[in-house]
Write a protein that binds this ligand. Structure first.
Ligand SMILES: [Zn+2]
Ligand SMILES: [Zn+2]
Length: 216
């Protein structure tokens, strides 16, 4: 899914307690307590550990409610309303700070995956290995898309798929075996084999490798 967070980074407000720029955080899926949504995918939160609101909050909550928590200043995008969030540790929300560069990278990857999936329909007809390889080698692509790409290796019958696949580290061993099985079939279909010594592709009937000159 494409996430467009750029607009949230245009006018980041500052914390009224410490004048530090607020952090742009992904909103948790629900309000703690009432089960309702935030009405925003992003929250601006002051994550400054020296913020007086946060520093004094520990004592204040301890005295008032008798538990070990503090406050972080919070504001919703497009709202001037001043809010606080209760936090139990100094790390709370630090893991959900949005890194715009990372989000943009994920978006680019997602668009490439989508493009490659669209190209699968015609790739055998037009003999285009590219989208098939793009999906097979993309560890973040969806499993079903990658499986479909693998199923097209044999109809594509392109020996150029071998090196990139052999050099890729698969996290999913089932996908890896399916690829290697397909490669075996493509080699057979083309009367080829891989030299067991140098891994170059040679004729199936060769007795000596033409690359490394060793017996095969
Ligand atoms: Zn602050
Ligand atoms: Zn060889």
């Amino acid at each position: 899914m494409i996430k467009d967070y750029r607009r949230y980074f245009e006018n980041i407000p500052v914390c009224p307690h410490c004048r530090t720029e607020l952090s742009c955080c992904e909103a948790p899926p629900f309000h703690i307590g009432d089960g309702l949504g935030w009405g925003s995918e992003v929250l601006y939160i002051c994550l400054n550990d020296d913020c007086p609101l946060y520093v004094n909050g520990w004592k204040q909550i301890q005295e008032q409610y008798g538990h070990n928590s503090s406050y972080r200043y919070m504001q919703l995008p497009g709202s001037k309303e001043k809010n606080v969030m209760m936090v139990g540790t100094s790390d709370a929300f630090k893991g959900s700070v949005i890194d715009l560069a990372v989000v943009e990278q994920q978006n680019t990857r997602y668009l490439k995956e989508k493009e490659a999936v669209a190209a699968l329909d015609t790739c055998v007809q037009v003999k285009n290995l590219e989208p098939v390889l793009a999906l097979i080698l993309d560890e973040a692509a969806s499993l079903t898309h990658r499986q479909r790409a693998i199923s097209l290796l044999i109809p594509l019958n392109d020996l150029d798929c071998i090196d990139p696949i052999r050099n890729h580290t698969f996290r999913d061993t089932a996908l890896e075996s399916a690829c290697h099985l397909a490669i075996r079939q493509i080699l057979d279909k083309n009367f080829k084999k891989e030299c067991p010594h140098c891994m170059e592709i040679i004729k199936a009937q060769a007795k000596i490798c033409r690359y490394c000159q060793r017996d095969v």
